[in-house]
Design a protein. Structure first.
Length: 283
């Protein structure tokens, strides 16, 4: 689009057109001719090093008309092909659905259940999030739901896994699901990498070492955009004895920490199978 604007400014300057009215007057004053051969017009257009060179032996009015048509043709090519976009989305959807159907009830290694993956997907799509981070890839089930949503919003996921075996298996799953281009998978220690990542992020999912949840939150909250969402797995409201059914050290501490932050609204998603805590940063 920048090249088109540059061409347009050059044309307007060459023909001393300063307003839209000038353009209308110039076009309306051009007499209609039924047939103009290439030889009669003597027009040639060459694109060299990003610059537009026009040579002609015809009257300025005819040149202007040709160039206006040329610019409109370029604009047509520059306009996104929505049918092509829809077709690409359909292909991605089919491939992901086929993969998830094949893998149903086969996920191990502490992956999220399908219901919780759908929750992450819905949060991203509904809020049009684009800059996502996952702490704890495992073999990739949650990352696939997140990346699938990001394929619709135009975003990308950074996901971190410390175990090389799970990391390699996740890479295979991402490729089979057709989502590799939406995922930047890192084999790293999240304790270190989370501090080093610059952000900003608008969506975060934590599903790693539970006793470090609060530390992850402290490191990531300054990098979370207003209106963004920090989610965590295996979290629930503490019961009467002060601990929930998951009895995972650190998740209760994390929940109380997030609930006490005035800039966040925190709750447990009512449809989650294994406790998805959702903390939205107020705008």
């Amino acid at each position: 689009m920048g090249e088109l604007r540059g061409c347009w400014k050059t044309l307007c300057s060459a023909f001393r057109l300063t307003t839209n009215e000038d353009l209308v007057d110039a076009i309306s004053s051009i007499p209609v001719r039924q047939s103009l051969s290439t030889r009669e017009n003597g027009l040639f257009v060459s694109l060299f090093n990003g610059r537009l060179h026009v040579g002609c032996r015809m009257k300025k009015k005819y040149l202007l008309l040709c160039m206006v048509g040329f610019l409109f043709a370029l604009l047509a090519f520059a306009t996104p092909n929505h049918s092509q976009v829809s077709e690409n989305e359909r292909v991605v959807d089919e491939k992901v659905k086929t993969f998830l159907d094949r893998m149903r009830n086969r996920w191990r290694d502490l992956n999220v259940p399908e219901a919780d993956g759908r929750i992450l997907y819905d949060i991203i799509v509904q809020n049009k999030y684009k800059k996502a981070l996952e702490v704890g890839t495992s073999t990739g089930h949650s990352a696939i739901w997140i990346a699938w949503a990001l394929s619709k919003t135009g975003g990308k996921l950074i996901t971190i896994e410390i175990d090389e075996g799970r990391y390699r298996q996740a890479l295979t799953h991402f490729k089979e699901a057709g989502l590799s281009e939406y995922i930047d998978a890192r084999l790293a220690d999240a304790h270190r990498l989370v501090d080093e990542l610059p952000g900003p992020f608008d969506f975060v999912f934590i599903d790693a070492d539970k006793d470090w949840y609060t530390n992850y939150a402290r490191a990531l909250i300054p990098k979370l955009e207003s209106g963004g969402c920090l989610t965590a797995h295996n979290v629930e409201e503490p019961g009467p004895q002060g601990r929930g059914r998951y009895r995972m050290r650190g998740t209760d501490e994390y929940y109380r920490y997030m609930k006490n932050l005035p800039d966040f609204q925190t709750s447990i998603h009512p449809q989650s199978r294994a406790g998805v805590a959702v903390s939205c940063k107020k705008k």
